[in-house]
Design a protein around this ligand. Structure first.
Ligand code: SAH
Ligand code: MG
Length: 941
């Protein structure tokens, strides 16, 4: 059959391709048996040395014939293994006609006496079929033959490539081929089974059975029943297979079918090593096409009637009857029936891992607590499967081609580089139109990796493409970021498949994604009905009672009341970018009773704060805790599917869910690892950089004899607090910030400090009033107009660049302070910070050898400027508003490269042109909300 042109690999080479080092060859020497006819000779003369080879593969092993050469023994073993696997090495490129001949002879072999005792998944079925009684004795369902012998389906694919998209055709081809064989007969109309024509000889039957057949016990195993009607619940069923029964008949009976010959069985679902398959009925409209027109064989199974949407979704092909999902069957390594419980939890996890956030949740073993993160920040801070892996798993789940990651390394560009615009791209730089003022060259960043991700259907139509125009320092960061964008978009669709196309387009644009709606919806058409998580209505009126509702509203309104937080305040608090470690547990609690069912817990759960890695409520509460404290709170029920995917004991959970209940979270904050910025500043500078900034500001306050100060972006009030410790001319101090959490902390600290220092002689402080306001410093509030000194320390880099400019314009044109001090990190200094911090921070050896990466100092930074960028920004701002500006800094030195660690600009108001007075903006606008106010007179009374 071999033609000269066909390139054939040796059996061993093919085994190597498939199994690599998992194929273990052991060659042993054997003695040639004595030749019949000359026994004497055999005693006197040793025969030539002969060899036998055993080959162990992960699922089974084979032993070769005896050969004269070691090499041949190995090839013989490899050949036997290939036969078992249904791979034909001698002709790996047969024509459809050759394949058709092979198909017929393969079926003949499967019904041979020899095959009955083989260790092969299908021979288990053949033996079990002999346990069937009456007419069914020895009859084997065709769908089992198709599902268990890989060789048959491979041959069918050669006969007709359409088989790939229509697996039902395999059955048609097998029946067609079998009908041409005298050795077997195909069952009559409506039955899909094949039976051996002449019974097996009794001794063959006996020798093929496992010795322990009599001793074999009946089997009880849990499976899942998936009704066709979406109204009916998916429920567990118990399969009881008696020792003298065929498990397929048991499944058929559960589905209300007369016997297994009316049953179809799928390929394995989920992990390929498992025996999880879907079982469902042969459709009534089944038409057998026994015509000899091979290429144009009709779709054997033409489905009609209602579709079992859930089962079809799992299988990726139409199922139109009730179905059973079970993990049971014969395997390569044993003659016994293998089985494992397939629980409701397994079912819901299988449903969950169809969507990107579900894959992430399962990879973290935190179904109820975790969420797909909003951004890929660093490898070191990421927990659970990486975005790229999740995307590959997603494509496999939906039977798409493997995603394509086109990673580009760009030559270093001389273009101006603009710092990226969105919060999620802190480590990245946009290359393109530059809005940064001034004439800048490349700022010397070595970020030059980008990555495009493309997703194709099985038939290679381009479904989706994501091409972020962002450059990364590391190739891996580029790949992970692009993958995460795709995942975020897909997840948004899966969470609400009713999202209008317009909104999907809008989301896609924001993520640099283009998708083909036609191909996209074609691939995911089945998903909508299943991922519309129904929430509590699905449980039949399980609405929370009014007072439980109120409690929940309370939580949502004032975040979490601090009474829920227990334990002393250690002062070590989480903030954005820090790595948090929690212990948590989640229980289902029945209202009004003490009954609790623990459904998820984690002893050491780490996540990066401020990156959406946990459900929002946990993040909200954790921001108010300090290390060592614990908190307890309840929430409304998440979708039932999630609870069932988390819970082991579904029966208990379902019974609880039938009455009104809620989820109770209990958490303890174990650790907080500070973001690199703070670690570095504290470790490298003495006094710490933050303190040096405060001292710098104090110096200017004293020098200017200022009496009023506004701290723009005061945060937790570190500057304001220090002002209380040093004597100065200040009388009025005000802090403004948009973070209510930070303001609350600032109020707590300032209040206690001021109350302790009532006596001005003791305190040395002249402060008469202090106040904190909630508001954005990009907006003007006339109450703070014309004060003496404004400070804005390490704030502008937390805003987008255009907002930073907006703040600059408003403050100098409208707030109009005599002096304004602005500080921000010097990007060029990061090399030094990160070099000295590298060994502590990075966990991958690969990164240390690579040229160093210059990340931003803090996850919340939207940009970090070089000296040149900052100088341009500040100089232009000063000129626009008739201010002068001087540059300075703290940490490092002006004269030594790369300058100060923190760069500072001090703006001074110029003299007004004649005829003009006071600020231009005098609108009496009160934009900020007072959070806390203190007044020495009031307090003294
Ligand atoms: N100045 C403080 C805090 C710096 S952290 C210190 O030196 O310690 C940056 C602060 O800027 C955060 O508290 C953040 O809430 C605040 N911030 C960011 N954007 C802001 C805006 N538009 N308006 C007011 N505050 C802002
Ligand atoms: Mg900062």
């Amino acid at each position: 059959m071999e033609t000269g042109k066909k390139q054939t690999l040796t059996p061993k080479a093919i085994i190597h391709q498939r199994f690599g080092n998992n194929a273990l060859y052991k060659v042993e020497e054997v003695q040639e048996p004595p030749q019949i006819g000359c026994p004497g000779l055999a005693i006197l003369q040793k025969g030539p040395c002969l060899y036998r080879c055993s080959l162990e593969l992960p699922d089974f092993s084979v032993v070769s014939d005896i050969c004269k050469k070691k090499k041949d023994a190995e090839q013989s073993a490899a050949k036997m293994a290939l036969d078992k696997l249904g791979i034909n090495p001698s002709n790996d490129n047969p024509t459809p006609e050759e394949a058709w001949e092979d198909l017929i002879s393969r079926i003949k072999y499967l019904f041979s006496n020899e095959f009955l005792s083989a260790l092969h998944p299908l021979s288990g079925h053949l033996r079990a079929a002999l346990l069937r009684g009456g007419d069914l004795h020895g009859s084997v369902p065709v769908s089992v033959i198709a599902a268990c012998d890989g060789k048959l389906s491979n041959l069918c694919k050669i006969i007709n490539p359409k088989v790939e998209s229509n697996p039902g055709l395999v059955i048609s081809y097998i029946l067609n081929a079998a009908s041409r064989l005298a050795e077997v007969f195909v069952s009559s109309e409506g039955q899909l089974s094949i039976q051996k024509q002449n019974p097996y000889p009794p001794e063959i039957i006996e020798s093929s059975m496992t010795l322990e057949l009599d001793a074999q016990e009946s089997i009880w195993t849990e499976a899942i029943h998936i009704p066709c009607s979406l109204e009916k619940a998916v429920e567990p069923v118990i399969l009881h297979v008696p020792s003298n029964g065929y498990y397929m008949d048991v499944i058929a009976e559960k589905l209300g079918l007369p016997d297994a010959n009316k049953l179809l069985v799928s390929r394995t679902i989920g992990k390929s090593s498992s025996e999880t398959r879907l079982y469902f009925a042969v459709p009534n409209s089944y038409q057998l096409d026994l015509s000899s027109d091979l290429r144009n064989a009709k779709e054997a199974v033409s489905f009609e009637g209602p579709i079992n949407a859930r089962a079809s979704y799992f299988l990726g092909q139409d199922v139109c009857s009730d179905a059973i999902l079970a993990c049971i069957g014969y395997r390569w390594n044993s003659k016994e029936l293998f089985h494992e419980d397939f629980t409701l939890q397994s079912y819901y996890r299988m449903l969950l891992i169809k969507i990107p956030s579900g894959i992430y949740k399962v990879s973290r073993e935190a179904v109820l607590a975790s969420e797909l993160p909003l951004a890929f920040t660093t490898r070191a801070n990421w927990r659970g499967s990486f975005p790229k892996e999740i995307l590959c798993a997603f494509c496999r789940q939906h039977r798409l081609s493997e995603p394509v990651f086109a990673s580009l390394e760009l030559p270093r560009s001389n273009k101006k580089v603009k710092v990226s615009e969105s919060a999620e791209q802190q480590t990245a730089y946009l290359n393109g139109d530059c809005t940064v003022a001034g004439d800048q060259k490349s700022v010397g960043l070595e970020s030059n990796f980008s990555c495009e991700v493309r997703i194709y259907s099985k038939c290679h139509s381009l479904i989706l493409e994501c091409s972020p125009n962002v450059l990364y320092k590391k190739q891996n960061d580029a790949i992970q970021n692009a993958s995460l964008k795709v995942l975020s978009w897909l997840d948004a669709y899966f969470k609400d498949p009713d999202t209008p196309l317009e909104k999907l387009n809008h989301l896609a644009n924001g993520l640099n994604i283009r998708f083909d709606p036609q191909y996209f919806f074609k691939e995911f058409v089945l998903c909508p009905s299943l991922h519309k998580f129904q929430g509590s209505e699905a449980l039949g009126g399980n609405l929370l009672e009014p007072n439980c509702k109120n409690m929940l509203n309370g939580i949502i309104e004032d975040e979490v009341s601090s009474t829920n937080i227990k334990g002393p305040d250690s002062g070590i608090c989480p903030y954005n970018g820090s790595l948090i470690c929690l212990v948590y547990s989640v229980s289902l609690v029945k209202k009004g009773e003490l009954m609790k069912e623990l459904i998820e817990s984690n002893e050491e759960f780490e996540f990066e704060m401020g990156n959406g890695v946990v459900i929002p409520l946990i993040e909200t509460i954790v921001t108010q805790m300090s290390v060592g404290q614990s908190a307890c709170f309840i929430t409304e029920l998440p979708p039932q599917e999630l609870i069932l995917a988390a819970a082991r004991d579904s029966a208990q959970v379902l019974s609880l869910l039938s009455s009104s209940c809620c989820l109770e979270f209990s958490i303890v904050l174990l650790r907080v690892t500070e973001p690199p910025e703070d670690r570095m500043e504290q470790a490298l500078f003495s006094p710490p950089l933050s303190k040096q900034r405060v001292e710098y500001a104090l110096h200017h306050i004293k020098e200017s004899c200022a009496t009023s100060l506004v701290d723009f972006g005061c945060g937790s009030g570190s500057l304001l607090e220090s002002l209380l410790d040093y004597p100065s001319s200040l009388e009025t101090i005000v802090g403004i910030d948009i973070s209510q959490k930070s303001l609350a902390r600032a109020a707590k600290v300032l209040h206690s400090k001021l109350s302790m220092k009532l006596n001005p002689d003791v305190s040395g402080s002249t402060i008469k009033s202090a106040a904190l306001y909630d508001g954005s410093i990009t907006v003007f509030d006339s109450r703070f107009c014309g004060f003496d000194i404004g400070t804005c320390l390490e704030v502008i880099e937390h805003m987008e660049e255009d907002e930073a400019s907006q703040f600059g314009d408003i403050v100098l044109s409208s707030f109009w302070p005599r002096i304004l001090i602005v500080s921000t990190p010097n990007y060029e200094y990061n090399v030094i910070l990160q070099r000295s911090n590298l060994s502590k921070q990075e966990d991958e050896p690969e990164e240390k050898t690579q040229s160093q990466s210059c990340k931003f100092r803090n996850l919340d930074h939207k940009f970090e400027w070089t000296r040149e960028q900052f100088n341009n920004w500040a100089s232009e701002l000063a000129t626009r508003h008739n201010y002068s500006v001087e540059f300075s800094g703290v940490g490092g030195s002006a004269d030594l490269e790369p300058g100060f660690a923190s760069q500072i600009a001090v703006f001074r108001r110029g003299f007004l042109p004649e005829g003009e007075d006071l600020p231009k903006n005098t609108d009496p606008a009160c934009q900020y909300k007072a959070i806390w106010e203190w007044n020495r007179l009031n307090t003294a009374l």
